[in-house]
Design a protein around this ligand. Structure first.
Ligand code: TYD
Length: 134
């Protein structure tokens, strides 16, 4: 897999005068079963998150409120997304370095993940990531 596999996904949106609704089913709208959901919120202005890769984990990153930038890097190419719609997500494949910044005030970043938390799956050092993707 490479950065070409990391793509913006548009989820179903049921528009309604009472308020819109979006739903996401594992293996239907995203290519894995959802085993874990986590979210970043109350992010102070100017702070950044991420700055790591995962060896096996697949994720989809969604802005549930506000906006932020997502920078992806597979060791050879980079891609940048500005996320600001709760019916958009970015699929992040394994062995992709991700970096999130430019969080707006009130931004909420939700992540759907293919596996439970496992620190052993992380690569937190860019030099190691670079060497492994060379
Ligand atoms: P980390 O993945 O480094 O955060 P970021 O979103 O900036 O990449 O996680 C921060 C801390 O939270 C770290 O100590 C591990 C812990 N954590 C869990 O315990 N469970 C989880 O599902 C996640 C994502 C993180």
């Amino acid at each position: 897999m490479s950065i070409e596999d990391c793509k913006l996904v548009e989820f179903p949106k049921i528009t309604d005068v009472r308020g819109n609704l979006t739903f996401i089913e594992g293996q239907r709208h995203i290519p894995f079963d959802i085993k874990r959901v986590y979210y970043l919120y109350d992010v102070p202005g100017g702070s950044d998150r991420g700055a790591h890769a995962h060896r096996g984990l697949e994720q989809v990153i969604i802005s549930m409120a506000g906006s932020f930038d997502l920078l992806l890097d597979d060791g050879k190419k980079q891609k940048k997304f500005q996320l600001n719609r709760s019916y958009h997500g970015v699929y992040v494949c394994p062995m992709t370095w991700r970096y999130l910044d430019n969080f707006s005030s009130g931004a909420v970043c939700m992540v759907l993940a293919s596996a439970a938390y496992d620190e052993a799956d992380y690569i937190r050092d860019y030099a190691t990531f670079s060497a492994e993707t060379a």
